[in-house]
Ligand binder design. Structure first.
Ligand SMILES: Cc1cc2nc3c(=O)[nH]c(=O)nc-3n(C[C@H](O)[C@H](O)[C@H](O)COP(=O)(O)O)c2cc1C
Length: 210
């Protein structure tokens, strides 16, 4: 199947059947998220993978009681940095130097530029920027899931403060941004499964400037 066929196959499943997704598929989905591009390569987020049913049960009521929270196989929580700090920026630049095995003046100047801007900004502004980066990885995970023939329901309908509390995210300098239950569609209980996918026409989406 071509990529576009898979993207047409995928939809935001409203009901899942509780079947477990094989670990190797989950790992490939997470790897796709890890490979996502991010601003300055900072990857300012973490992904919490919840397999534990009790934790899923705790999250469900603070996520509009959406059944996919508990009927999914793995619940991914994309949690963004609560702000940019010098340590966090330095970690990624040092990691780059370590992996590439050399230091580059231009890259070091760029590090200093980020160090002199991000950490001084308002934490809320930084979190919003970090959350945008998390969404890029989230989108890649959705596409990768489709590629694996696995359903994934993008989910913003939850109380982030409550999820942060349940998972102890604030203590780790993280804030939940968006959720992604991964599992298998329960076709006989899902009103959406047979409905035609609706997207606005290309001409309303794309403007070509020759
Ligand atoms: C960021 C984001 C948040 C969403 N939140 C929810 C949600 O909380 N519950 C839900 O059932 N669907 C949610 N959706 C699914 C969208 O409604 C769905 O993706 C959109 O209508 C397009 O339909 P499709 O994904 O089935 O093709 C969300 C989608 C995105 C991208």
């Amino acid at each position: 199947m071509e990529l576009l066929d898979k993207l047409n196959w995928r939809y935001a499943a409203k009901a899942m059947n509780g079947n477990v997704v094989p670990e190797e598929k989950i790992q490939r989905i997470l790897e796709a998220a890890r490979l996502a591009p991010t601003s300055s390569g900072l990857q300012p987020f973490e992904i919490i993978v919840i397999k534990n049913q009790e934790i899923k049960e705790k999250i469900k009521p603070v996520a509009w009681n959406q059944s996919v929270i508990t009927d999914c196989s793995h619940l991914l929580v994309f949690a963004a940095w609560d702000t940019y700090t010098a340590d966090r920026i330095n970690y990624m630049f040092d990691l780059t130097n370590e992996i590439r095995g050399f230091k580059n003046e231009g890259w070091e100047n760029y590090r200093q530029m980020l160090l002199s801007s991000y950490p001084q900004k308002d934490a809320e502004e930084n979190f919003n920027h970090a959350a945008k980066q998390a969404y890029i990885a989230f989108s890649q995970a959705i596409t990768a899931a489709a590629f694996e023939g696995v359903d994934a329901t993008p989910l913003e309908g939850f109380d982030p403060d409550a999820v942060d509390e349940i998972l102890g995210l604030r203590e780790k300098g993280l804030r939940s941004a968006v959720l992604l239950p991964i599992g298998y569609r329960k076709e006989n209980e899902d009103w959406l499964v047979d409905l035609v996918k609706v997207r606005k026409p290309m001409e309303d989406l794309v403007t070509v400037i020759d």
